[in-house]
Design a protein around this ligand. Structure first.
Ligand code: KG4
Ligand code: ZN
Length: 344
């Protein structure tokens, strides 16, 4: 008897541990444990602490989603094979290999950024292919043309800091906690976004790449020359956020036009930023492109997107014992569609 496919997804690439189940009916259950409290004292992710906490949390999270979904029969497992922190990735890879062996089901290592690119498909009204995706997280800033599953063209990316990293560093300079993005945007709400004329990096040059390190330096100089009161700091935060948002909006509009597409998807943690959402929505109305945001829980790291990716690539899953693989650096453009991968 042919069993209906149900894929267990496992995510452990950075500081979130997550599990999810995805089947023909869509997402059956998902659960996330955030390690923010563990890393907060250090002002950033401590890789060894991340790995140890993944080990503690992953099996209970898997049991949790299985119970929530009524213990369905799992037919395959997808785990994040990369990119990410190698020790953290190895936890998910080993657990996936172990569960695969124990349940006698095939296992597939998937690309974390492909998960982010496909995450809007988890929503009730998903975008049709093709679309341009802006991926903005703590580790990545990318514009990608998505023609279909496994058909990705990187249009532009950050040459230095990722946007989330720039938010986190600016927040740290302003004495705000970790992760800094949400704290900085709260402070920005009190300030004047026109108070400082910070650079809009690379907006006046052609191309779709980004650079945020100059902006970081400008923030540092503004703090040094008088950013000590709360009002002054709020002005710096607001002006910084405005420079980032305007840069991202300009590049997104340029990418949609250059790719000749009508849809823009925004994914990754910075996609939760309210100013960015509002400015992109406004630009979409003016330029005539449709805008899609996964819900905030699917913008940040989660296993629902990994289970979904595994489900869409289930023809690639092969039975048998698989090695636990972790690939810290892995280019999106090396991926191929599931049909051609299964044939090769
Ligand atoms: O995708 P994500 O959860 O994790 C990875 O980096 O993979 O993104 C986290 C990043 C952090 O840098 C955080 O400061 C930023 O997203 N972030 C925000 C906001 N919420 C999260 N940045 C600006 N505004 C926000 N509201
Ligand atoms: Zn991510």
């Amino acid at each position: 008897m042919q069993r209906t496919p149900i894929i267990l997804g496992i995510e452990s690439s950075c500081d979130e541990t997550a599990a999810a189940l995805y089947g023909e009916a869509g997402l059956l259950a998902h659960a996330v444990h955030s390690q923010v409290a563990i890393h907060a004292d250090y002002g950033g992710v401590v890789p060894e602490l991340a790995s140890r906490d993944h080990i503690r949390k992953i099996a209970p999270l898997i049991e949790n989603v299985c119970a929530t979904a009524g213990h369905p029969t799992i037919t395959g497992i997808a785990y994040t094979r990369g990119p990410g922190l190698v020790g953290a990735l190895l936890v998910g890879a080993s657990v996936a290999a172990g569960y695969g062996m124990g349940l006698s089901v095939p296992v597939l290592g998937v690309h974390h950024m492909e998960g982010h690119l496909l995450s809007p498909l988890l929503e009730a009204e998903p975008p049709a292919f093709p679309y341009v995706a802006l991926l903005v997280s703590g580790g990545h800033t990318m514009l990608v043309a998505v023609e279909g599953v496994g058909r990705y063209r990187v249009l532009g990316e950050s040459l230095d800091d990722a946007v989330g990293e720039a938010f986190d560093k600016a927040a740290k300079m302003l004495g705000l906690g970790y992760p800094g993005g949400p704290a900085l945007s709260r402070l920005a709400a009190e300030g004047d976004p026109t108070a400082h004329a910070f650079p809009r990096p690379m907006c006046n040059r052609p191309g779709l790449d980004f650079s945020f390190s100059g902006l970081k330096t400008a923030v540092m100089l503004a703090i040094k020359s008088g950013g000590r009161t709360r009002a002054a700091q709020a002005d710096i935060a607001a002006s910084f956020q405005q420079a980032v948002v305007e840069t991202l909006v300009a590049k997104c509009a340029r990418a949609v036009r250059a790719a000749g597409m009508e849809r823009l998807v925004v994914a990754g943690g910075v996609g939760a930023n309210a100013s960015l959402r509002a400015a992109l929505a406004e630009r979409g109305r003016v330029d005539g492109f449709a805008l899609y945001f996964p819900r905030p829980a699917f913008c940040t790291d989660n296993a629902a997107m990994i289970a979904l990716t595994g489900y869409l690539r289930r023809t690639q899953m092969r039975p048998g014992i698989v090695p636990a693989e972790a690939v810290p650096r892995w280019s999106l453009e090396t991926l191929v569609p599931p049909a051609s991968a299964a044939a090769s």
